[in-house]
Design a protein around this ligand. Structure first.
Ligand code: SAH
Ligand code: DHB
Ligand code: MG
Length: 228
């Protein structure tokens, strides 16, 4: 599943020109690799895109589902308006501990709240606490539950909120209606729900963009929450 050399080379070119590293981001990547975390964080170019999207709407509250080593978390938290906050949900204790250290090194401990637990448990808790509305959400956890996560996130959104969902293309497998891969099934079910007026009550307008790069061939869905 290694990406073609050219995709990697071009991503390096983009990073060199437009996405300078810094001690916090580079440190998060290095510490994650040393701790043996899977190398599945967003790429630098994708991290900066998330950052720019959140910044462009002046986000004051951000939700992330799937922290890993907090690489995307750091990009997103840095987009927050002064006084803003980010809640990130992670089920794995070891990842959460490393993420907490990486967030501290980035000077974001007061901005980021990491909640340990399965997102299907922590999302209802967050909603019950009136944890929203979130201006911007990044869904990037276990992909088979993406449609359920999206449903919860919509509950905690407002008209104008943006919801980005990662890994919805999976090497193009999203069009394979015979797939037995739960990750791909999650992406397919997600698209079916977005396509159905009933599922989200016509409350979102969405599109999906295919991507290539250091992470291979995949894609993300951009959804805008509409007025009720
Ligand atoms: N957003 C990160 C990458 C996340 S990888 C980045 O780009 O830097 C997916 C993460 O989701 C992993 O850390 C995994 O432990 C977490 N995860 C998997 N199942 C989960 C669940 N049920 N609830 C919360 N987190 C989960
Ligand atoms: C993979 C990539 C991701 O971006 C992710 O969130 C989870 C898994 C992967 O390539 O396996
Ligand atoms: Mg991802």
């Amino acid at each position: 599943m290694n990406p073609p050399e050219q995709w990697t080379a071009v991503d390096r070119y983009i990073s060199e020109h437009l996405v300078p590293g810094d001690p916090a981001l580079d440190g998060a990547v290095q510490a994650s690799a040393e701790a043996g975390l899977p190398p599945i964080a967003v790429s630098p170019a994708q991290g900066k895109l998330l950052h720019l999207l959140a910044r462009s709407i002046g986000a004051r509250s951000i939700l992330e589902i799937g922290t890993l080593g907090a690489y995307s978390t750091i990009w997103l938290a840095r987009a927050l308006a002064p006084g803003g906050r980010l809640v990130t949900l992670e089920a794995n204790l070891q990842y959460a501990e490393l993420a907490t250290a990486n967030i501290a090194r980035a000077g974001l401990s007061d901005t980021v709240e990491l909640r340990l637990g399965k997102a299907l448990d922590t999302l209802p808790e967050l909603a019950a606490e009136a944890g929203g509305p979130f201006d911007f959400t990044f869904i990037d956890a276990d992909k088979q539950n993406t449609p359920e996560y999206f449903t919860w996130v919509l509950e905690m959104s407002r008209p104008g909120s943006i919801i980005i969902t990662d890994n919805v293309i999976r090497d193009g497998a999203v069009i394979d209606d015979a797939t037995e891969d739960p990750v791909v099934q999650g992406g397919r079910r997600f698209h079916e729900m977005l396509a159905s007026e009933d599922a989200f009550g016509g409350r979102v307008s969405a599109t999906t963009i295919q991507t290539v790069g250091v992470k291979g061939y995949d894609g993300f869905t951009f959804a805008l929450v509409l007025p009720r």
